[in-house]
Write a protein that binds this ligand. Structure first.
Ligand SMILES: O=C[C@H](O)[C@H](O)[C@H](O)COP(=O)(O)O
Length: 236
């Protein structure tokens, strides 16, 4: 048997566990990232096998809508629905109060719109994402209108943050979000009050949304490896 990458294994397990919680007839927020990619894959498999019927997906990004189409998950927009039963999404950091940093894939603005509408918001992560304090391993993403990049960075510096414009990996120039904006990643020495920082940042003119998700997640599913075997732990 070939050796499997343990992080991939944890993501697979947890992505599948979340997909198993979706019931027929549900309207489902479809998250973005490498972990929820497995959720979408398993949702598609359950649909194809006939076990899961009549679900509708609301994508949180271009990536999520491409994968949903690939896996045969019917899509609707927010204009077509009056409620959302469940949303499943990944995270870059999760603290002990189930607060999150999201936006490693620059999708946090649409994710926050969709995830906060759901009756049940399930977060899927591998165990490396659990932190004692938000901001300790990951920079905080902030989506900003391009014309406001300089004043927003100056205001964030005055708040004690160190902002960097996110640049493309294979593209020369900045990362552009699905909404046509840019992302700055901010290092704060210590995020002591995530709820206050979330509001303060969103109050800067030109900021669309930041990646702090405070008091939003209902359940965290954590993929772990114990004694060489993958398992899923629930924090609720
Ligand atoms: O913008 C991207 C999202 O917030 C992702 O859900 C987050 O970055 C986690 O992604 P992954 O599951 O690939 O670590």
């Amino acid at each position: 048997m070939s050796e499997q990458d343990p992080v991939k294994l944890m993501k697979q397990q947890v992505g599948k566990a979340a997909a198993d919680r979706v019931q027929s007839g549900s309207i489902v927020g479809l998250g973005t990232g490498s972990t929820t990619a497995y959720t979408l894959q398993y949702l598609g498999e359950r649909i194809q096998s006939g076990e899961l019927k009549d679900i509708k997906g609301v994508p949180t990004s271009f990536q999520a809508s491409v994968l949903a189409k690939q896996y045969g998950i019917p899509l609707v927009t927010l204009d077509d629905i009056d409620h959302m039963d469940i949303a499943i999404d990944g995270a870059d950091e999760v603290d002990p109060n189930k607060n999150l940093i999201k936006g490693g894939g620059a999708a946090h603005t649409r994710e926050k719109i969709v995830d906060t509408l759901a009756d049940l918001f399930i977060v899927v992560v591998d165990s490396s994402k659990l932190v004692d304090k938000l901001g300790s391993t990951f920079l905080l993403p902030v989506e900003v209108m391009p014309l406001a990049i300089t004043p927003v960075m100056q205001k964030i510096e005055k708040l004690g943050g160190k902002p960097t414009l996110r640049m493309g990996v294979k593209k020369a120039g900045p990362v552009i979000t699905d909404q046509g904006n840019m992302v700055i990643d901010v290092k704060f020495d210590s995020i002591d009050n995530p709820a206050e920082l979330e509001k303060t940042l969103n109050n800067i003119p030109g900021v669309l949304e930041n990646g702090l998700f405070v008091g939003v997640a209902d359940v965290i599913l954590v993929g772990e490896i114990k004694d060489g075997k993958p398992l899923v732990r629930e924090i609720s």
